[in-house]
Design a protein around this ligand. Structure first.
Ligand SMILES: Nc1ncnc2c1ncn2[C@@H]1O[C@H](COP(=O)(O)OP(=O)(O)OP(=O)(O)O)[C@@H](O)[C@H]1O
Length: 313
């Protein structure tokens, strides 16, 4: 078996800093699986993007992103621009790992390492939003501004609870935005909305069935729009969304498209994979088959079964 060279890019502050304790074991397990790994510990915002780009230039056979969704977002942003992109392994050691959950990568580090060692690859789409990229979801509107406003230290300390606290606080700023959405194959939409979501995968922020029709490899986004509503209506739709029953609600518009342009006269921030992603206007394009990731077919199959049964991973 030929030895492969991997570059592990990890965020030492992710999650409850589990990676600091696990690193020697992770490296040993990879080594036993025939993967010689060198490491880069990220130093702050944007560093994982530079590290991933450098890893490609240095010719590593694969890149492994260890941390939360923020680290994964930065790593794919360092990879997506390159013409030749090595496969990506994901070790979900962050507070939220929506993407890993969506594709069935287990949170337990040993199983996640074993998926990389098994070298079973799957080609997936990436999203492009102006000059940035996302792997899971892009969104805009006042309601999407909450996740990147939660400081990472706070997330490390109290985990998911931070989102809910911040979410409740944000309700006070609940306001609609007038947008124009041009979507390929769909047409033009002029609407006052609370938020729009452009989904590449089907799992977002604990909403397991938010975009049930989103497929990671069909070259299309699933777009979900929540029209102007009041707080009581929002809570009703959010409750339906938790059960995956929101799509037929009159306040929801949804469709699939490959290419979407969103413009507004308001100041609207974008959220890409939970991180700040600039402001509108923005053109979103689904890049079909842009990245290979290590997953396991069995894992995905069993994840889907549990999803249908309504239980968490
Ligand atoms: N050494 C570092 N110190 C502080 N912040 C860092 C460091 N390295 C990276 N970061 C930043 O930490 C942010 C959050 O990282 P990440 O998403 O991996 O962890 P998390 O917050 O625990 O998980 P999640 O985003 O899934 O909730 C990233 O946006 C990244 O820019």
């Amino acid at each position: 078996m030929a030895v492969k060279r991997a570059r592990l890019i990890y965020n030492p502050t992710s999650g409850r800093e589990e990676i600091r304790r696990r690193l020697p074991d992770i490296l040993q397990r990879l080594e036993r699986g025939g993967i010689e790994t060198s490491c880069h510990a990220t130093t702050g915002e944007g560093d994982a993007t530079i590290a991933a780009s450098e890893a490609i230039e240095r010719g590593f056979d694969m890149i492994i992103a260890a941390g939360g969704d923020g680290t994964l977002y930065e790593v794919i942003n360092g990879m997506a621009r390159h013409e030749k992109r090595p496969p990506l392994g994901i070790l979900p050691l962050g507070t939220t790992n929506d993407f890993a959950r969506a594709v069935g990568i287990p949170k337990h580090w040993e199983y996640a390492v074993d998926l990389i060692v098994a070298q079973y690859k799957r080609t997936i789409d990436l999203g492009q939003a102006n000059d940035r990229y996302f792997i899971n979801i892009a969104g805009g509107g006042s309601l999407t501004e909450l996740s990147y406003e939660v400081p990472s230290k706070l997330k490390t300390m109290i985990g998911q609870l931070a989102y809910y606290m911040k979410g409740i606080e944000k309700m006070v700023n609940f306001r609609p935005t007038k947008v124009r959405i041009e979507a390929e194959g769909v047409g033009e939409i002029h609407e006052k909305i609370m938020l729009f979501l452009i989904c590449n995968s089907n799992s977002v922020g604990g909403f397991e069935r938010l975009a049930p029709d989103a497929s990671i490899d069909d070259g299309l986004f699933e777009v979900i729009i929540l029209k102007k509503c009041n707080l009581a209506e929002f809570l009703r739709v959010a409750t339906l969304a938790l059960r995956g029953e929101h799509l037929n609600d009159p306040l929801i518009m949804h469709f699939r498209s490959r290419h979407i342009k969103v413009t507004t006269e308001d100041h609207v921030q974008l959220n890409l994979d939970g991180e700040y992603g600039g402001t509108l206007p923005c053109t979103f394009t689904a890049l079909k088959g842009h990245l290979e990731i290590f997953v396991d077919e069995q894992g995905i199959a069993s994840y889907r079964k549990r999803l249908i049964a309504g239980t968490q991973l």
